[in-house]
Design a protein around this ligand. Sequence first.
Ligand code: ZN
Length: 340
Amino acid sequence: MFYQRMCKEFEEDYNIKPEDNISYEYFTTIWAEHLPEFKIPKTSEFVECSICAQLKEDRNRAKTKQEKEIISELLKKHFVQVETERKVYHATREQARFEPDEIMCIIQDGMDQKKTAIPRLVNEDKMTSLLARIRLHITGNIIHTNVPGGKIIPAYVDLLNYPHDSNLSMHLLLQTLFDNRARLSRCLFTQLDNCYRENKNRYMLSLAHVLVQYKVFDMVDLHFLPVGHTHEDIDQLFSCISRHLKKTNIYTMDDMERAVMNSYNVPVFVKHVEGVFDIKKWLLPHMVKNFKGQSKPLHFQFKEFDGKVRMRYRHRSTSNWRPVLQFKDDDFTPIEESKG
Ligand SMILES: [Zn+2]
C-alpha cells in the first residue's frame, strides 16, 4: 500500500512515468537497509468491540431493508448497554466527589507510548528525525474526590524497563492509595482497562480481596467497560497531554515531566517508577482457588460477610449479582462461564 501510494505521488507530483518508478523489491530493500526502525503496525491501536464489528459486517451484508433495520436495532440496543455501563462509572465518580469519606473512585490506564518518546520536537528536520529516541510509558490515575477541580491526577513514568503486566498495574494502584492515604474512604471503586494481561485476572481480584481482608476498605469494586468501548475521561487526559506535547520541544525527562504537569486543567503529579514490587508473589498465599471465567463479568465486588471476605459479580450492571441471595461458604465463588 505504501509502495503504491509512493508511486502515485511520484507520478502526480513529479510527473515520473510509471515505468521509471523503482520496483517493489528495490523499495523494500531500501526500507530494510535504511529505515529499519519504521514499522507498520499489524493492528490498529484501538481494539474494536467484537459485537459492533460483527453487527456492522452483518448490516453491510444484509440484502433487504428489513434485515438492515433489525441489525441497526440490535446495534442501538448494544450502544444502550454500553452507555449503561459508563453511567455506573460516572455515577460513582460523582458520588466520590460528594461523599469522599464513603467512596474513593480511581480510573487507571496507560498512554500510547508512541506519543511520548524523547526527544520530541515541534519542528522536525531531516537530522532530528533520525535521532535515536528513548521510549517511555505513562500510566495515569485519576482519583475523583472532593478537591477543587474534583480530581487528583498522579501520572507514573517508566522507561519500559518493567513488564507491563498486572504487577505494574497493582503496584501503581497501591502507590496511588499510599500517596493519598489521608483520603482513603470506606469503599474503593476502580475503573480499570478491560485487559486480561494487566487487570482482569485473578491477581487483581485477589488484591481486591486482600484490601478488604486487611481492612484497608470495607468494600472494593472492580468495574470494567466492554472491550472496545473503554474510552473515558482518562483518555481525554491523554489527548490533552498529547496535544500539549505536540506544541512543546522535549529534550529531556525533566522537560517531559514539566510538559505533562502543565498539560491539563488540573495539575498532573508526575512520578518516576523507581521499582516494581513483586505483588503477584505476595498474593500467592491468598490466591483464588477454582477460579475461572472472569473474562465475562464487568463488575466484581468484595466485602466481608459472616466474618469472611466474599466476592460477588455481575455480567452487566443490569444483571443480577451472583450469587443472588447470599455469599457462599467458599472463600471465592467460582465463576461459571457465560450465563449472563
Ligand atoms: Zn460494541
